[in-house]
Design a protein around this ligand. Sequence first.
Ligand SMILES: *[C@@H]1O[C@H](CO)[C@@H](O)[C@H](O)[C@H]1NC(C)=O
Ligand SMILES: *[C@@H]1O[C@H](CO)[C@@H](O)[C@H](O)[C@H]1NC(C)=O
Ligand SMILES: *[C@@H]1O[C@H](CO)[C@@H](O)[C@H](O)[C@H]1NC(C)=O
Ligand SMILES: *[C@@H]1O[C@H](CO)[C@@H](O)[C@H](O)[C@H]1NC(C)=O
Ligand SMILES: *[C@@H]1O[C@H](CO)[C@@H](O)[C@H](O)[C@H]1NC(C)=O
Ligand SMILES: *[C@@H]1O[C@H](CO)[C@@H](O)[C@H](O)[C@H]1NC(C)=O
Ligand SMILES: *[C@@H]1O[C@H](CO)[C@@H](O)[C@H](O)[C@H]1NC(C)=O
Ligand SMILES: *[C@@H]1O[C@H](CO)[C@@H](O)[C@H](O)[C@H]1NC(C)=O
Ligand SMILES: *[C@@H]1O[C@H](CO)[C@@H](O)[C@H](O)[C@H]1NC(C)=O
Ligand SMILES: *[C@@H]1O[C@H](CO)[C@@H](O)[C@H](O)[C@H]1NC(C)=O
Ligand SMILES: *[C@@H]1O[C@H](CO)[C@@H](O)[C@H](O)[C@H]1NC(C)=O
Ligand SMILES: CC(=O)N[C@H]1CO[C@H](CO)[C@@H](O)[C@@H]1O
Length: 761
Amino acid sequence: MRSSALLALAGLLTLASATPVAPALPHPLPQLQPKPVRARQDDDNSTAPCAQVSQAIYGNDTSPRPASPTVPAGLAYECIKSIPLNATSAKRLLKEMPAYLNWQSTLTVLKDPPSQYAEKVQPAVDILGGLEKLAADIDAGTLTLEYDFGWALYTLIQSAHDGHFTYIPDVVGGIFSYGRTVPLVSVSEDGKKLPSVFAFSDVLGSQFKNITYTPSPVVEIDGQDVAKFLENWSQYGSLQDRDALYNNVFYELAQVSLGTSGSGTGTFTGGGRGRFVYPGSTTTLKFANGTEYTMQNYARVIQSFRGITTGEELAAKWFFYGASTAEAQETVSSQALAAAPPGYPTPIVPGPSNLINGFYINAPGYEEYAVLQVPNFVGDAFAEIGFQNTSQTFISRALADGKTKLIIDVQANGGGTILQGYDLFKQLFPQLDPYGVNRFRANEAVDLIGQSFSKWASQFPRLATGNSSVKQIQGAYFDYHSDTTVDGEPFESWAEKFGPVEVNGDKYTTLARWNLNDPLITWNSGGINITGYGPLANVSQTAPFKAENILLLTDGYCASTCTIFSEFLTKQAGVKTMALGGRSNKDQIQAIGGVKGVNNYQWGYIQSLAASAIRIASGEEKVRLNSSVLRTDYYSDVVFNRAASAPGVNVRDGLLQNDTSGVALQFIYEEADCRLYYTPEMTVDATAVWKAAADAQWGSSGNCVRGGGYGRREALEVTANLEPRRVHVSEAAAIKQFEAFESSLSLETECKLKGDGFMYP
Ligand SMILES: *[C@@H]1O[C@H](CO)[C@@H](O)[C@H](O)[C@H]1NC(C)=O
Ligand SMILES: *[C@@H]1O[C@H](CO)[C@@H](O)[C@H](O)[C@H]1NC(C)=O
Ligand SMILES: *[C@@H]1O[C@H](CO)[C@@H](O)[C@H](O)[C@H]1NC(C)=O
Ligand SMILES: *[C@@H]1O[C@H](CO)[C@@H](O)[C@H](O)[C@H]1NC(C)=O
Ligand SMILES: *[C@@H]1O[C@H](CO)[C@@H](O)[C@H](O)[C@H]1NC(C)=O
Ligand SMILES: *[C@@H]1O[C@H](CO)[C@@H](O)[C@H](O)[C@H]1NC(C)=O
Ligand SMILES: *[C@@H]1O[C@H](CO)[C@@H](O)[C@H](O)[C@H]1NC(C)=O
Ligand SMILES: *[C@@H]1O[C@H](CO)[C@@H](O)[C@H](O)[C@H]1NC(C)=O
Ligand SMILES: *[C@@H]1O[C@H](CO)[C@@H](O)[C@H](O)[C@H]1NC(C)=O
Ligand SMILES: *[C@@H]1O[C@H](CO)[C@@H](O)[C@H](O)[C@H]1NC(C)=O
Ligand SMILES: *[C@@H]1O[C@H](CO)[C@@H](O)[C@H](O)[C@H]1NC(C)=O
Ligand SMILES: CC(=O)N[C@H]1CO[C@H](CO)[C@@H](O)[C@@H]1O
């Protein structure tokens, strides 16, 4: 398992791609002349689009490759669209995918989701039916290009809007990624008027009272109404909630603060999943004052194009159809994150890599507030202990300093280590037992792996001191000794844990909960013990803050482990939520807009589980397993060879405590207790967000869009323009920080093969 983990990681790291460099909007706005792309002439390879890409990068054969080459997006698109479909390979891929898709816990429900989900969140999607249709289209000859096939496959999986569930074909994410150069924001002038869209650089300028013109909102993009355009574009994101998706289009401090594990300057500029979408060769913004600005969109070139003259050659070199071995890749190295994030004050207790930081609000009248900013639950493996220690240290420091109210700011939190979510909850509410019930989809492979793992693991005592070969098996879900029943009791056999139980037309495993007292808990927690359990059982049972003195602040981008944590806080402890941003309307919005599944696996881990189950079996069982689906369905590597990065599935559904519906949390729609619009200041100064949140939650001048006062007003006006306003950072410093960050961003992060709860940006 370990060696395949390393292979998978190595493959992933070669695909590091940076977020676009986003220069300030120039003034006056120049009219850009799109570079004419010569028409493709099939008989002259030197002018074929892929040859032009090669020439654009290398100039001639001897010049070295630039560090992060970019070419015009339109040229890249013509090149990628010049690769004919290898129907044999495509059909093999479609044939091998269902074995992995069967692990997707929501596969059946996605076809016919609960009506509230279908109405307010996302429409139904038939994933397996979609694969069959693709195969039929190939047979019928209607899919003839690699790109058209890859894009259809990508969007089929993406339309599940489950951030754990991804398949990024080589042709979609392995050769080029795309971007626009102008980040946008959606802000309400005063927190009351409906938000409008602005170029971020305009807002930056207006905040520093240092521009000579009055910024004007964007009213159209490429001739389409701005809201329509951006709501449509937002749907390419990873989240399920539409307001959260809309927020993710824009520049946001919390995302930027995360560097490599965030979605950069927003999907509009090719951050997050926006990088996979061709944005057209240019994009034209039309402002309310009549000015138009056309930007040239670009493509980042991920692989070497040296010597490439045609799409066929590109495919032969970089697509692993199964016939050839790819040569060593020239890679764009990703820089370690170092810079302090723009817009944040100096933390009182700093945490590792800006994954967590403790702040106070340094402004008169806000002395009682502490802010624990948690934009991540450790999506990479190296910060677990420091992460836990940051909240431990900050909470006791805040209490000692007389803070009585705590804002937990989880903007941009795509999750991370599941048990860090449990631990942070227990630090805040030691007297409560986190419920966290979950289930797998009960497919045959799950059962066979469980039989093998449980039998083998039972030979050895379950000890923290066991060697890693034993812990790999004992620490997995498939040893029934891991986890407990709903009532916190041990399972008595694999058969009891597997079930299956029939619920709403599908079969699932018996509901299970993490056993936080398990001696192997550190195997799954990345090293931390869980507050209140095992070695940390003997902690104070007094909650440091009352539930009504805690606020959970989100931008909707709360996924995976973040949703586990939120569920505990809101349902079990009764903490209130506040959601920022959203589409330009007066409706209530959800606080939690990212995947609510509670564990993702990479397909590579599933393949290694299948192989391990056969390997550790003996005698007749080995023969039986070796002729089962574990061998027939998980042996081929084609699903990995045709992917640009490690594919993933959501394997565990989360369910409500005391649930009787059997409906996974993923499909439950739930509005935030309060909604706040972003204001211009909030896009450059994190403290402005916290002050507004504190005022709305505990002050007398709340700005909740509804429920807090403004919803009762007759009419809200759309923000017309922005008056220059002053904040406490210098413009030069803010822009410098912003640029330093931009150049250090890359969007693929390291990952833990066995999953945890992290949604990759
Ligand atoms: C162009 O490339 C194709 C495929 O690589 C090749 O078959 C053809 O001979 C080339 N044409 C010229 C004029 O070099
Ligand atoms: C190749 O490109 C390099 C760098 O741009 C340049 O210095 C060199 O003169 C070029 N060689 C030819 C033969 O064009
Ligand atoms: C197409 O893919 C198959 C493997 O599925 C491979 O054997 C064949 O060489 C590929 N064809 C081309 C033209 O690369
Ligand atoms: C119109 O608004 C845009 C965007 O804020 C700005 O760049 C431009 O300078 C404005 N034009 C005029 C004539 O004020
Ligand atoms: C956006 O709109 C275009 C054109 O109407 C459509 O083809 C595309 O599927 C839409 N995208 C999404 C993600 O809905
Ligand atoms: C926890 O953080 C504190 C304060 O930063 C530090 O003094 C202490 O050594 C850390 N402990 C661990 C276990 O990292
Ligand atoms: C780990 O322990 C098991 C059981 O004692 C033993 O069979 C195996 O050889 C050990 N593996 C290593 C690498 O020490
Ligand atoms: C967790 O507890 C075990 C057993 O007491 C201990 O050996 C280990 O150091 C603890 N881990 C951390 C990170 O404190
Ligand atoms: C931990 O246990 C010891 C006795 O073993 C006890 O004296 C102490 O009060 C306990 N601490 C807490 C915080 O419960
Ligand atoms: C499993 O079966 C395959 C053929 O289907 C055979 O090549 C392989 O050696 C077998 N492996 C084991 C461990 O029996
Ligand atoms: C679930 O039921 C138990 C027992 O009635 C109750 O104590 C608990 O608060 C309930 N949990 C939720 C989230 O309603
Ligand atoms: C365009 C503009 O007004 N620039 C000014 C911004 O502020 C700095 C410092 O106050 C001035 O030096 C610039 O001239």
